[in-house]
Write a protein that binds this ligand. Structure first.
Ligand code: HEM
Length: 464
């Protein structure tokens, strides 16, 4: 190797066919395997997972290099067969799993105005109003129960916030087709959050044939509902010079009057479905957050004290309220869940931490380590929202990267924070959550992924 030239990252001994897949087994959270590799081989480790060349990236400095400084070299996503199948045979249809392209840039630019509404704008006020409306409905529905599974109601609330915000429609809790839609979205969300050996060993794909066929039927049903109930005749009714009322209008306008970067209707429909599907991320996240809170009565009390002091009992909690402690609780739940950054892929041969990274290499960015490292956090296993508060203000350490970063960063993080604030605020204002029968054992929150199985956690609600 010529002096000064980058070298390959270190690599453990590998087995025939499976390569290093065996090293990922035996951990309750798969990403813990990456932390173990860091301790043994250093921050950047090369792995051959079945047929796929991979690199594991650890530590804030190297993860930032991958996401931001050299983010333009690492902006593709893995080409797993499963992703292709989930998005009608072409993963480029998906907002989160496509490679970087001018279409993706255009899709992200168009979305920004809707997913990052700026405070005090008319759009923000509209969102604020509809979060109050939907959380009001949620609280009324909860008042009719003393024990219940929260997840279905949280999904309904989040879905109606997303549908009203992006498409100006909402659906009632008695609408069977709507409830089917939610369960279909939840199933797809669960699936995209799983990792399979077959992603790396394509010859195992036939084992998943039936599940993939089912998912294909499920995504088809989602598309039918969106076309029939959400879009209806809006495409035909759309006038060229009308001001877009929502994201759906912006998409239709772009398809009908393509600027420099044309958008076809099919691609627009996938972009719409993906973003509506974001409600499942928030609904699953909130379900986990409440399962954490059941075991933390003093945290619930502090949220309630904050709300009582700043909002009172007669006014609804809104997304504009500066509830620092409640916001810190949301960060703390996100930290502890430690969901992975969607893997990146090198679009060209590049470098990272002084090592060569070959074109096509899949990068796993170990943010589980960033969220749970004892070097970065005091008692990282404990639920301690105060760690996100400094001098009375919300404080986000620079090594806290739950939404990734750079040009492929999460498009939904603002909505996650705003909608979560509205929902947590509304529920805590009126109720205290207790474990059923006083037993905390069933409330162990699975971490390492946002997704929960369909039937998860029954809570006892005590009116305040
Ligand atoms: C607690 C909930 C959520 C977490 C922890 C989360 C986290 C993430 C992460 C880590 C990434 C990959 C970022 C990267 O590669 O740098 C991502 C991508 C993405 N997220 Fe989220 N997300 C959440 C909710 C949402 C919601 C509600 C939406 C929709 C409104 C959303 C939309 C997206 C999209 C579209 C991408 C792909 C962006 C791209 O590849 O260009 N996310 N998210």
């Amino acid at each position: 190797r010529p002096p000064g030239a980058a070298r390959e990252p270190p690599m453990p001994l590998r087995l025939p066919i499976i390569g290093h897949l065996h090293l990922l087994r035996g951990y309750s959270v798969p990403y813990q395997a990456f932390t173990a590799l860091k301790l043994r081989y250093g921050p950047v480790v090369r792995l051959q997972l079945g047929a796929v060349k991979c690199v594991v990236v650890n530590g804030q400095r190297h993860i930032r290099e991958a996401l931001v400084t050299r983010g333009h070299h690492f902006d593709f996503r893995p080409n797993f067969e499963r992703y292709q199948r989930l998005f009608a045979g072409n993963k480029e249809n998906s907002l989160a799993f496509c490679d970087w392209s001018s279409t993706q840039k255009a899709r992200r630019d168009m979305l920004k105005a809707h997913t990052f509404p700026r405070a005090f704008t008319a759009q923000f006020q509209r969102l604020e109003g509809l979060v109050v409306e939907e959380t009001g409905r949620l609280v009324r529905a909860l008042s009719a129960h003393s024990t219940l599974q929260l997840k279905p109601l949280l999904l309904q609330t989040c879905a109606n916030v997303f549908l009203s915000h992006f498409c100006s429609v909402r659906f009632g809790a008695q609408n069977a087709a709507f409830l089917d839609l939610l369960s279909n979205f939840d199933e797809v969300f669960f699936e995209v959050n799983q990792g399979y050996a077959a992603d790396f060993l394509p010859f195992l794909m036939p084992l998943h044939r039936r599940k993939l066929q089912r998912l294909s039927a499920v995504t088809h049903k989602i598309r039918e509902f969106i076309n029939r109930e959400v879009i209806g005749d809006r495409f035909e009714r759309h006038q060229p010079d009308m001001e877009p009322a929502d994201y759906l209008d912006s998409l239709i306008g772009r398809v009908k009057a393509p600027g420099k970067e044309p958008l076809d209707w099919d691609t627009a429909l996938f972009a719409l479905e993906d973003i509506i599907g974001g409600h499942a991320a928030v609904g699953n996240f909130l379900t986990k957050l409440f399962a954490f809170l059941v075991a933390e009565p003093q945290v619930q009390r502090r949220i309630q004290q904050e709300i009582d002091a700043q909002v009172g009992v007669d006014q609804p909690v809104t997304i504009s309220h500066r509830l620092v402690y409640t916001q810190a609780v949301i960060y703390e739940a996100i930290r502890l869940i430690s969901s992975p950054i969607v893997p990146r892929v090198a679009n060209q041969t590049s470098e990272l931490g002084g090592y060569t990274i070959e074109k096509g290499t899949v990068l796993f960015l170990n943010n589980h380590d960033l969220s749970m490292s004892e070097e970065l956090w005091a008692e990282p296993q404990q639920f301690r929202p105060e760690r996100f508060i400094r001098a009375g203000k919300l404080f986000k350490p620079e090594y806290f990267l739950p939404f990734g970063g750079g040009r492929r960063s999460c498009m939904g993080y603002k909505l996650v924070q705003l909608v979560s604030l509205g929902v947590v605020g509304a529920i805590m204002q009126r109720f205290t959550l207790r474990p059923l029968g006083g037993d905390l054992a069933p409330y162990r929150v699975p971490i390492g992924s946002l997704a929960l199985p369909k039937d998860s956690f029954t809570f006892q609600l005590e009116k305040r």
